[in-house]
Design a protein. Structure first.
Length: 268
C-alpha cells in the first residue's frame, strides 16, 4: 500500500530508539524527509546514517531536550526554515518514574508530567504553524496500555500518559477545521531496550532469554498483570507500521482515536 509519504516532512520526537526509531525507519523507507529529536549526539548521528541509507537523503538529527521549551521552539524554527512546512509530528517519548504513590516525591510527579505530557504539548504548539502550511498534516502521540489496565507502580507514568491522551483528543477536535488529524496509539509490551533490561534484571536463574518475545511477555505478565492474547511481546517495527499509517496521507478520516496495539486484550 502506498502511504503517500514520498517527499513528506516528518518529525519523530524520540526517534533514536525503540518505537520512535522504527517509525522513523518506516517514513524513510517510503521516501519521506525525516527529522529525529534526541539527546545523545552519537545516537542521533548513527540513526541519521541509517535513515539516509533507507531512503531519506535529507534526514536530519537534532539534539533537543523536549523538556525545555526554548530548545523545542528552536528546533521547529530550524526545520521550518529548512523545509517550509511540516506534514507529520510523532511524539514517542515517555517518563521513567516508577513507584507507588507513597514512594514518589512532588519532583517525581513534575518530571513525569514534564516528559510524558508537556513534551508532546510543546512539540505540537511549536509545530503547528508549519503543519498549517502543509497540504495535509497529521499528529500521532504514543500513549500507553497502562492507561486502561492500571499498574500500582506506574501511577505517575500512567497519569502523565492519560493526560497526553486527553490532550490528543482535544487537539483532534480543535484542529479538525484545519484538516489536521490527531490520533494516539496505546502500546502494550514491546521488546524495547528498557523492557529487555528489566526482563534481564528479574530473570534470575530461570533460563529466561530477554531477547525472546515469549519469555519477555511471560515476565511482564507475571510482574505487571498485563498478559496478552498472542502470548508474546511486540517488536518495535510492528507498532512503527501502525504509527506510519496513522501519520500518513492514506489515513484521511481517522482522528481523535486511541488505537490499542497490544497483542490482544480485554479492552473495549
Amino acid at each position: 500500500m502506498d502511504l503517500g509519504l514520498r517527499g513528506a516532512a516528518a518529525v519523530v520526537n524520540g526517534g533514536t530508539g525503540g518505537m520512535g526509531r522504527a517509525t522513523a525507519e518506516c517514513f524513510a523507507a517510503d521516501g519521506a524527509r525525516v527529522a529525529i529529536f534526541g539527546r545523545t549526539q552519537s545516537t542521533l548521528d548513527e540513526t541519521v546514517r541509517a535513515l539516509r541509507e533507507l531512503g531519506s537523503p535529507d534526514a536530519v538529527g537534532l539534539r533537543v531536550d523536549v523538556g525545555i521549551t526554548s530548545q523545542v521552539d528552536a528546533a521547529f524554527a530550524e526545520l521550518g526554515q529548512r523545509w517550509g512546512e511540516l506534514n507529520i509530528l510523532v511524539n514517542t517519548v515517555g517518563p521513567h518514574q516508577a513507584g507507588r504513590i507513597e514512594e514518589l516525591s512532588d519532583n517525581d510527579w513534575v518530571a513525569a508530567f514534564n516528559l510524558g505530557a508537556l513534551s508532546a504539548m510543546r512539540c505540537a504548539r511549536a509545530a503547528l504553524p508549519w503543519l498549517r502550511k502543509a497540504e495535509w498534516a497529521r499528529i500521532v502521540n504514543v500513549s500507553a496500555h497502562s492507561t486502561k489496565r492500571q499498574v500500582p507502580i506506574l501511577i505517575a507514568y500512567t497519569a502523565a500518559k492519560s493526560a497526553m491522551t486527553s490532550l490528543s483528543k482535544n487537539l483532534a477536535k480543535t484542529l479538525a477545521r484545519d484538516g489536521i488529524l490527531v490520533n494516539t496509539v496505546s502500546p502494550g509490551t514491546f521488546l524495547s531496550e528498557s523492557v529487555r533490561r528489566y526482563v534481564e534484571s528479574v530473570a534470575g536463574g530461570r533460563g529466561i532469554d530477554p531477547d525472546d518475545p515469549v519469555d519477555a511477555m511471560r515476565v511482564i505478565g507475571e510482574n505487571f498483570a498485563s498478559p496478552c492474547d498472542l502470548g508474546r511481546a511486540g517488536l518495535p517495527g510492528e507498532i512503527g507500521a501502525v504509527i506510519a499509517f496513522l501519520a500518513s496521507k492514506r489515513n484521511s478520516y481517522m482522528t481523535g482515536a486511541d488505537v490499542n496495539v497490544d497483542g490482544g486484550s480485554d479492552f473495549a
